[in-house]
Design a protein around this ligand. Structure first.
Ligand SMILES: C[C@@H](N)C(=O)N[C@H](C)C(=O)O
Ligand SMILES: [Zn+2]
Length: 216
C-alpha cells in the first residue's frame, strides 16, 4: 500500500496524548546512531508505546545482534521541507519534464511521506537497521536511506536482487519488528511504524492513535 492510498488518507486520528520520551541509550540491544546526518538535531525520542515496542523488538534479536536506531521523531516542519525539496528536485530532472504537478506529487510521495500522513512527525515511525554488538552494520541489501535510484530498487523490502545473507538479515529484522507490533513501509526496508495513519490502514485499526505532535 502506498502513502497516497485512500485507505491511508482517509484514516482519522484519535489522539492518545501519549508523550514523546527518550529512547534509552544504555540498553544492551539498542544502539542510537549519532552519525546519521539529518539536517536537524536528532533527539532520539518517540511515543512511549513506540519506545516500549522498540525495546521488545530489540530483546528478540539473536545474541550478538542489536537494533540500530537511525531516525525517530522528525518535526513536521522538517517533513514539509524535505517533501517540498524532493518535489522541486524531481520536477527539474529531464526524465520528468512534462509531468504534471500531480505526477510529481505521486513520485515524491513514494520516498518521502506527504506531511498530512507522515509517521515521523507523530513520533510513531522509526528507521532501524541491524548492527553487531561490536559495532559492525549487518548487510541488509543496500545502505540506509538509499532511494530506488541509488539502490537500484534494493531499498524495496521484498527485493529479490539482494544476497542470501541480506535476505536472512532482513528476515531477522522483519520478524522482531512485526512481533513487536510495527508495520513496514514496503518501499523502504528500514521504515516501521506503530500508531500512525499508515499503521492503522495496514492493520485495519479503526483509527490512528498518534497525530503530528510538537516537541515541548
Ligand atoms: C526520507 C525517508 N527517510 C523517509 O523517512 N521516508 C518515509 C516514507 C517518510 O517520510 O515518512
Ligand atoms: Zn522512516
Amino acid at each position: 500500500m502506498n502513502l497516497l492510498d485512500d485507505r491511508v488518507l482517509s484514516i482519522e486520528v484519535i489522539e492518545t496524548g501519549q508523550d514523546l520520551i527518550s529512547i534509552p541509550d544504555k540498553h544492551e540491544k539498542l544502539v542510537l546512531d549519532h552519525d546519521v546526518e539529518l539536517g536537524y538535531e536528532n533527539e532520539f525520542v518517540a511515543r512511549k508505546g513506540v519506545v516500549s515496542r522498540l525495546i521488545q523488538a530489540a530483546n528478540r534479536l539473536p545474541f550478538g545482534t542489536c537494533l540500530s536506531i537511525k531516525e525517530t521523531y522528525r518535526p513536521k516542519e522538517f517533513q514539509e521541507l524535505i517533501f517540498n525539496r524532493r518535489a522541486s528536485r524531481l520536477s527539474k530532472l529531464s526524465e520528468h519534464s512534462g509531468k504534471s504537478e500531480l505526477d510529481i506529487h505521486r513520485l515524491t510521495s513514494q520516498f518521502i511521506a506527504p506531511p498530512e500522513v507522515a509517521g515521523h512527525p507523530t513520533g510513531g515511525a522509526v528507521d532501524v537497521a541491524l548492527i553487531t554488538s561490536d559495532g559492525n552494520e549487518l548487510d541488509l541489501g543496500c545502505n540506509y536511506d538509499e532511494d530506488e535510484q541509488a539502490s537500484n530498487g534494493r531499498c524495496f523490502s521484498f527485493s529479490t536482487d539482494i544476497s542470501r545473507e541480506a535476505q536472512k538479515n532482513r528476515q531477522v529484522l522483519f520478524n522482531c519488528m512485526r512481533m513487536a507490533g510495527f508495520v513496514n513501509y514496503p518501499f523502504e526496508w528500514w521504515h516501521w511504524s506503530y500508531g500512525d495513519k499508515y499503521w492503522a490502514a495496514v492493520t485495519g485499526a479503526s483509527n490512528a492513535i498518534y497525530g503530528a505532535i510538537g516537541r515541548n
